[in-house]
Design a protein around this ligand. Structure first.
Ligand code: ADP
Ligand code: MG
Length: 342
């Protein structure tokens, strides 16, 4: 998949802009605050229905306007299509002018976003890395997001029960439903991490790996019945603490380099190894879906050194990259300069 052009109206400082991209390597450059990251954010929102930053959609609307609209013209092997994201106190996604949802849109647009400013969060913060892995899995198992949404819904109901202490007799029925989705989610996570580690090993040797520790029944095969029994044993403690104490929402993923958690390595090692994880994922995506995702690289030259950017350019000629930087760089086929007038 590639993005041919983008039109943005009313998103942050971008009141009305339009740019076209090359199918290969693009660089958006300009001074600080001109809206480079916002362009990547626009693409991300169209793919995932929300920003990579922790912000409300209302905060994304340009302060002079009351809505934002992002239009992408894209292309894959089957032809061209349009995807739009519109927000006007309510958010909607459109595929060729018809209302759609992220599950469907994800088949047509899937961005991978790497930023030099948030890389350490993705290594050090458990919820961040869990979110990242969830997003990656969604790229290769479309139904995964459906299981996550169903699980979260059941979890909210169960927590409501535990908090209000009403209808506690229903707890086992919720544990049934929760164990069903937990088994699905755990199984997919395990399979995905295995496949990703395989790709990482091929690219990087054996030193780098992701370790997955499910909060429920770590270890051997995860069957729904085993999970249900474990949840049932937790009942008294959960009632005491008024919340769910275990489940996929608390699973942990950690990146290890040479048998030591990556968070204990230098910032240069963190960046390059996290980038390796992303690139290995891009390989996996290509294998599973027979096409490349779109790679968004924010402030690319502070994220990676010139040797690694050369490697990326040369090893993946068919991957569309949209990078940003304050500096112009002639290694990119298409240069887009952003000025203050945006
Ligand atoms: N809701 C908003 N309305 C108008 N401007 C905004 C809004 N939110 C953020 N901005 C501004 O938009 C600019 C965009 O920043 P950003 O895309 O991060 O720039 P860059 O990546 O080029 O440094 C910033 O100057 C920011 O202050
Ligand atoms: Mg920026």
């Amino acid at each position: 998949m590639i993005i041919e052009n983008i039109k943005i109206t009313g998103l942050r400082n971008l009141e009305k802009v339009a740019y076209s991209f090359s199918k290969n390597k693009n660089l958006v450059y300009g001074l600080n605050g001109v809206g480079k990251t916002t362009i990547l954010e626009a693409i991300f929102i169209t793919g995932f229905g929300k920003s990579f930053l922790n912000v409300k959609k209302s905060e994304l609307v340009n302060y002079k306007k009351d809505s934002f609209l992002i239009n992408l013209s894209c292309r894959n092997v089957f032809g061209g299509y349009k995807i739009s994201a519109f927000y006007n106190s309510k958010f909607s996604l459109l595929l060729n002018g018809k209302k759609t949802n992220i599950l469907e849109a994800g088949k047509y647009i899937y961005p991978v976003f790497f930023s030099s400013s948030s890389y350490s969060l993705h290594i050090e913060s458990k919820p961040y890395i869990r979110k990242l892995i969830n997003r990656l899995i969604f790229g290769v198992y479309a139904l995964y997001i459906h299981y996550i949404l169903s699980y979260n819904k059941a979890l909210r109901q169960k927590n409501y029960l535990l908090k209000t202490r009403r209808n506690l007799a229903e707890l086992s029925s919720w544990n049934r439903i929760i164990s069903e989705f937990s088994a699905k989610i755990g199984g997919i996570r395990m399979e995905f991490i295995d496949k990703l580690n395989n790709e990482i090993k091929k690219k990087h040797g054996a030193g780098l790996e992701i370790r997955y520790s499910p909060s429920l029944c770590s270890g051997s095969g995860i069957s729904q019945e085993v999970l249900f029994n474990e949840l049932e044993k937790l009942k008294d403690r959960e009632i005491k603490f008024s919340k769910s104490l275990k489940g996929p929402h608390l699973d942990n993923f950690e990146i290890y380099l040479d048998s030591r958690n990556l968070k204990f390595h230098s910032s240069g090692e963190k960046k390059i190894n996290l980038l390796m994880v992303y690139i290995s994922f891009i390989e996996l995506f290509k294998k599973e879906r027979n096409e490349y995702p779109i790679f968004l690289l924010d402030d690319f030259d502070s994220a990676i050194d010139s040797k690694n950017i050369d490697f990326l350019m040369e090893s993946y000629p068919d991957l569309q990259v949209i990078a940003t930087s304050v500096n112009k760089n002639s290694r990119f086929e298409k240069l887009i300069e952003l000025g203050k007038e945006n």
